[in-house]
Design a protein around this ligand. Structure first.
Ligand code: 5GP
Ligand code: ZN
Length: 115
């Protein structure tokens, strides 16, 4: 459970794959998405390997709280007046990396509903 040697995002946590890291604490790491969908597009991930947020919900709520407090800190440091947080859960919802991650999007008007 802590880290998975085959997982892309675990490799980023360990520093084995480079990433533009914007925030790190005991519970989460945040880095810029390689294919940004907004001027600010950051991925915030738990420092334990869990497949999705359904699995994350079985763990300490401190980790989940850390994801949201990191989002607020990053949004402030990016100067965002509003932002969107998204978790894709399952391939049918667009999840392509199976290490739970929060998308933090901002820096442009965000329409609703999302595509
Ligand atoms: P998902 O589709 O699973 O919700 O989101 C995965 C995200 O990871 C995508 O937005 C994709 O652009 C991003 N991504 C995939 N590979 C890499 C990578 O190697 N580095 C970074 N920084 N982002 C990645
Ligand atoms: Zn992982």
């Amino acid at each position: 459970m802590p880290l998975d040697a085959e997982c892309l995002f675990c490799k980023i946590i360990e520093g084995n794959i480079p990433a533009d890291i914007v925030y790190r604490d005991e519970n989460v790491v945040a880095f810029r998405d390689i294919s940004p969908k907004a001027p600010t597009h950051v991925l915030i991930i738990p420092t334990v390997h869990v497949e999705n947020v359904a699995e994350l919900a079985k763990m300490s709520s401190v980790i989940t709280a850390s994801l949201f407090s990191a989002a607020k800190e990053i949004a402030d440091s990016e100067g965002l007046d509003g932002y969107r947080t998204v978790f894709n859960t399952g391939a049918s919802a667009g999840q392509s990396v199976f290490h739970a991650h929060m998308h933090l999007l901002g820096g442009r008007p965000l329409t609703w509903p999302p595509g």
